[in-house]
Write a protein that binds this ligand. Sequence first.
Ligand SMILES: *[C@@H]1O[C@H](CO)[C@@H](O)[C@H](O)[C@H]1NC(C)=O
Length: 750
Amino acid sequence: MTVISSSLDDERLFISRQAGGRFLYKIYFLVFLTGIVSLLYYRVTNIAYDHPVLWFLITLAEFWFGVTWFLQQGFRWAPTYHVEYPERLAESNLPPIDVLVCTADPDREPPSIVANTLLSLMSYDYDVNKLSYYISDDGGSQLTFHAVYLASVFAKSWLPFCKKYNVEPRSPKVYFSSSSTSSPSGQNFRQECDKIKAKFEKMQERIEKAGKMRNVPVEIRNEHKGFKEWDTKIDPRDHDSIIEVLLRGNGVDKDDEGNPMPSLIYVSREKRPTSHHRFKAGALNALNRVSALISNAPLVINVDCDMYSNNSQALRHAVCYFLDPKESHRIGYVQFPQSFGGITQSDLYGNGVKRIYEIEFFGTNAHNGPMYAGTGTIHRRESLNGRKYDPNVKIKFEDKSVRGSKNWVELEVQAKLVTTCTYEEGKPWGSEMGLMYGSAVEDVYTGLVLHSRGWNSIFCSPERKAFLGLAPVNTNDTLIQHKRWSTGLLEIFLSDYCPMSLANLFGDGKLKLGQIMCYSFYTLWALWCLPMLIYAVVPPLAMVNGISLFPKVSNPWFRIFIFLGISSHAFSLAELMLAKGTFQMWWNETRMWMLKGTSSYLFSVMVTILKALGISESGFEITSKVIDEEALKRYNKEMMEFAVASPMFIPPTTLSLLNLYCLVRTVVSLVTATVMSNNLEEAEPNTSLGVSNPLALVLQIIISGYISIVSLPIYKAMFLRMDKGRMPTSVTVYSIGLCATLVYLASVFM
Ligand SMILES: *[C@@H]1O[C@H](CO)[C@@H](O)[C@H](O)[C@H]1NC(C)=O
């Protein structure tokens, strides 16, 4: 680190500091690395010539465990924390920001959620004249438009109320449903609060009523010309562009107290069944163009419609990085963590993603910065739109935003032209500009491209979380979400921007080594399925057939396996505990990791192979944000929800049955054999298992035992539970059949 002169120090808007305890970590790193290398050495020097295939598979699995462990150290090497100083920002210097919000489906993403998210974002503590809001509705839904319209009306009371009493959080739904302890007291406040609350409830009611009727009442339709668009029925996959200005900024529209409002524009881009709409990436690129036309702020933030702002200061924190006198010129985007409300106490499905956002992303700060996570991200418009970072040019932060009075009618017409299906034809959108096309996780892909153009990113995580969203609340949705992510990530690894490309490894690629490791770890997520599947299938089947694949207890190499097994688990547990996790959280996370490994990741590898062979196309499955009451009760009791006969469940249920069966059968045979030989006072060298020494099976017993303990909720769901969330009988029957087939095949071929 260079020494910074103290005068500059006072002007800095953020500082960075590395995590302590690096020396201890490095010792652990060396010891563990030695362990992995020795294990592989043991495998290579102890080839099982009588079972070469089994030997090869298990060695491959251990090799891959080793590789992923190594890649993961990219996150562990030097976690770096930033602290911002928003109080040092000069009010007049705040840059304009365009806020882009995406929604896609009024049934899975209820309009009332969209309205509340929008209201929370509109009430940021920031100069409203510098904020413009754009909402993309890929569902082309009148119900969503209705909710956004009502939000724009309610905002006129909500914004001044928030500013006056400095309320937090600024999602009205969350604010009014929590017994807001931090609220100011006093007669005036109470009266006003009750009044606003009544207005809010009226709005909620209207949104919900329209949702039930699937239609908007005439008296509201007459309030805004925009509703005319739905005079004829609109097919979400086949319609013209709809652009509606709901609030005009620049002092035209005023709130209830006469202060200016920010602009708010509803966009539903043109859709035709014949042209590819590119999912969320396409929607964001359309918003990018509309916002460039109308306000063209130098910074754009995109937020998912289900992530409300929980911190009205968040924009100021992010702006610190873009205005910092020393380092701002290299920063392409700032990423906030995704945090989730409604996570159960021990995070049943591991969806709190604590490990990613409270551990790993800080590690990326030490390299070029975090991945782009698709929501809660502020981009410099220039970097997003194709500009390359040039270390020799210390670009000043340029504000080219469009202000002053506007011809709104004319702007609506122009905005329609940039949101047609054909607009992007022959233009660099999706390849050089905007969000990148070609991966189901367009966000990570786009971030990688920005890093490859030389930009750095920043992980910004103020104490009070900037955004709170909704995570999937059942097993199937969680597994499907991870299938989509890991498929998309694998697509990135196979793309031109592969983090391990020769240019990155040996040439003039812009990624640093640590960054290559981090990106490779994520983009190769799906390949976890390989070692997990092997470890869940090969050792137990070998075990029931009396084949030992590991050193026996008395062999010194045995200790290497035990050491690696225990210390890797202990490390991940300790790490989570340091991030304020609990043992139970870690246990749930481990279980989900194994479930994902044998389900989501396995399916995504298969999808990728099928796609490469031209057999199927990967789509974009949105996970639902709706849950019924009974299921919610079970969720809060932390009972795993299965309920649907999903193919995603079949591999994990089969493997959990297989391990339990092999474990029980092996232990029973070993015990019987021991008892018999004792009784007969006669050493029987070959038991029914064909193993001369049961001690040679200890590691396999441990592995299957571990898998069985992790699988306890699955056994319960299959055989003991009676509630609706239990495992559907068809899944159980399939798994038993598959398990029996595997056992039979192994007995024939091993
Ligand atoms: C959300 O904001 C409230 C205050 O408005 C705060 O008490 C709470 O801790 C925040 N939640 C998170 C997860 O930071």
